[in-house]
Design a protein around this ligand. Sequence first.
Ligand SMILES: [Zn+2]
Length: 219
Amino acid sequence: MAATDGGRAAGALPWGHAAQNLPGRPPTCVYSTVHGRTYGGAMKAHLALLAFAAACIAASDPEGERLLSQRTLSMPVLGVAPTSLHDMFNDKRGGSRPHEAIDIMAPRGTPVLAVDDGQVAKLFLSKPGGMTVYHFDPTGRLAYYYAHLNQYAPGLKEGMPLKRGQLLGYVGTSGNADPGAPHLHFGVFKLGPQKQWWKGDPVNPYPALRNAAVVTALR
Ligand SMILES: [Zn+2]
């Protein structure tokens, strides 16, 4: 399995996890590390390390999970069955960063499809994710994130409406994916009140995709 990140964009930060460091968020790996340093002392450092480890387990947003369970999804990669998926939301990427997404292995050039209706919120080129699509669901509460694309579907534009099963692009290895292991990095996050495409609370996509319909032909 390719040990890649595909992490979402977040302003100027390289790894796309700025959203986790905002006030009101649970402590993150970065925050906990700083916290540990400020305490000092062997025992306290040890406790801080324990807290550090606990904080590095990814948390899937419960409200986001509820919202996602209400959506009817289809699989984001043509011909891939849900039974072939593995839950890798809590896997670590690049050390202690949680993956917060799922990797779907497929040959380069396999069509990547919209999992739901909605609209294209952003087409973004990022260092870890490469060619990415941010897709808002019809309720505007959830965003779907597709990364490491080989190329976009012809005519794909920001703001355009999407139908479930619609072609978004093709599986590839853009960004930090292993060139020998093409895959789609697929994530879901719950949007905040301002509906900023780069910011939100991660939601584990695995339970919803396990119930998603296989797509065997392009629309
Ligand atoms: Zn990934």
